[in-house]
Design a protein around this ligand. Sequence first.
Ligand code: 5GP
Ligand code: MN
Length: 322
Amino acid sequence: MTILNQALECLHASERPLLIAHPRPDGDTIGCTLALRLALIALGKSPRIACVHPLPGNLTHLPGAGAFEVEVSEAADIDLVVAVDLSDLSRTGGLYQPAWVGRYPLLVIDHHKTNAAFGNVNVIEPEAAATALPMARIIEGLGVPLQGDIATCLLAAILTDTRGLRTATTTPAVLRFVSELVEGGGDYLGVMQRTLDAVPYWQMRAWGVVLSHLQLERGIVWATLSLAEKEALGIEDYDDLDLGNLLIQTREAELLASFLEMRDGTIKVSLRARPGYDVAWIAKQLGGGGHKQAAGYSLPGSLDAAVRDTLALLRQELAQPH
Ligand code: 5GP
Ligand code: MN
């Protein structure tokens, strides 16, 4: 049986699946989770959806966004767990309960190159621009058309992970997929306006502070935001400032990094690379994961130490691209 058929069998056999999106959620994890939820509801099932962090304001307009739960008890009445856009179990942010191992099947739907295939059934497409692509094939495989609200949710997923169709992963197949979603009634303009061109005022102010620290060393660009600055701006740890996507617009940058100081004493590092460079190996080496062009990890210690250790590896990549 193909992996896709195994996934479909899992979903058909389930009545009360729990779908989990990753912490500091982005459009791909949320859009895909919402799309699958709607498809399962259309089949008469009772899915639950969970994410440990609240949704950023630019995703709360998506159909069903209000249904996300921030915690799920170990004794929850579920019969399947689906991990959406998560490269490893720790990316459930603690939502996945150890007691569920072996009790409920775990279905993984993802596109991270670093995904270790941690589920019982793993639909992982490392070449896909977004989890939206394998998710769409699963939804179609369930016999549910990619129309209306489902198309809108998948548009949010593919348009955010491709930064509005401008990443190296934006292939003709991606453009055909977007076209299919628009033909199915997906709200393309609404997603563009309310999800992509929708940076809240506080985030614009935070970008101002981050940009005032912008540094350039040959092809490497980086910036930091300290805890004191976050507190002055009223920024929570789960607020996703989307710095990678901001900084990648710097013309001189081949490689870039942002460093956010967190309240638990760690530094959240986001890396981005132009095509031809690879930052996935750096993230993996430092305990995180991601893709060639976008990866991340968290380091204990000071901002200065995180910058120093990360720059050492970025310089290696710049000198000798993987
Ligand atoms: P971002 O820099 O936007 O947080 O994340 C870029 C990519 O790296 C995303 O695809 C995300 O899944 C992955 N990523 C970011 N942080 C981590 C992390 O701490 N662990 C893992 N495994 N992946 C991460
Ligand atoms: Mn994704």
